[in-house]
Write a protein that binds this ligand. Structure first.
Ligand SMILES: [Zn+2]
Length: 251
């Protein structure tokens, strides 16, 4: 299966998620009978959710500080606001959102979406939410930049998104006259934790490079509550490291 197809199945669009589930007759959830512990058995294509050794998310505890890690050279741009409630999260699709250069890789930003609480933990602790910015390079390799969100002041960058969240799952919905620039979502400091992992939703495909920014951004209690009104809990539990190293770039 090609990565582009995996991206569609995982979380690219409502139509992709629904088509995938309808075809397999399996409807994965975050809790209960079809929860994360069972994803790997739900159908053959989700097998790596149970058998994979480089799964995400993880609890970031021991890190190795490195001075030669590349900076995240963001080159994001404003793109018309296209938003979808895909039944698992609220996602913003970007047709012209720019990208990020990491070392020799140039990645294009395809979409970002949210989880609550954050899937990734730092020293065992989740943040209130996380935004996952999903990028793809020309060869189809995925890189996800995770921006942790903690309760604080209102997040102006997310206002347009949170004010326009579709309350029920459905098709992608363009918001007339509004654009979003993912650059506005980023904290000023760009230090990160890096490791190799996977998609955090079925089919849990591996070969995904993760960059978890060490500095969180803030969102108001009302904004977090608005998202939790749609998705109270949409976080996969942390997965074993299985010998992986987490490297850290100061910032
Ligand atoms: Zn995610």
């Amino acid at each position: 299966m090609k990565l582009s197809r995996l991206l569609m199945l995982c979380c690219f669009a409502a139509s992709g998620a629904w088509a995938g589930e309808a075809a397999h007759g399996a409807h994965w959830e975050y809790d209960g009978h079809n929860g994360p512990a069972r994803w790997g058995e739900m159908n053959k294509e989700y097998e790596v959710c149970g058998l994979g050794k480089h799964q995400s998310p993880i609890d970031i505890r021991k890190t190795e500080m490195k001075v030669d890690l590349p900076e995240l050279a963001f080159d994001y741009a404003a793109s018309p606001l296209k938003i979808v409630n895909n039944g698992h999260t609220v996602q913003v699709n970007l047709d012209a959102g720019g990208g990020v250069k990491i070392g020799d890789h140039v990645y294009r930003l395809a979409q970002f979406h949210f989880h609550t609480p954050s899937e990734e933990r730092i020293q065992g602790k989740p943040a209130d939410m996380v935004a996952h910015l999903v990028h793809k390079d020309a060869a189809g390799k995925l890189a996800v930049v995770a921006v942790l969100v903690k309760r604080g002041k209102e997040n102006a960058a997310l206002k347009a998104v949170f004010d326009n969240m579709p309350i029920a799952a459905g098709p992608v919905h363009g918001v007339e006259g509004l654009a979003i620039n993912a650059a506005d979502l980023l904290p000023a400091k760009r230090g990160y934790y890096h490791f190799e992992g996977s998609l955090t939703t079925p089919p849990c495909s591996e070969g995904v490079s993760w960059y978890v920014l060490s500095t969180p951004v803030e969102a108001s209690a009302a904004q977090i509550k608005a998202f939790r009104g749609l998705y109270k809990h949409n976080a996969r539990p942390v997965q074993p490291l299985n010998g992986r190293n987490v490297v850290e770039r100061a910032g």
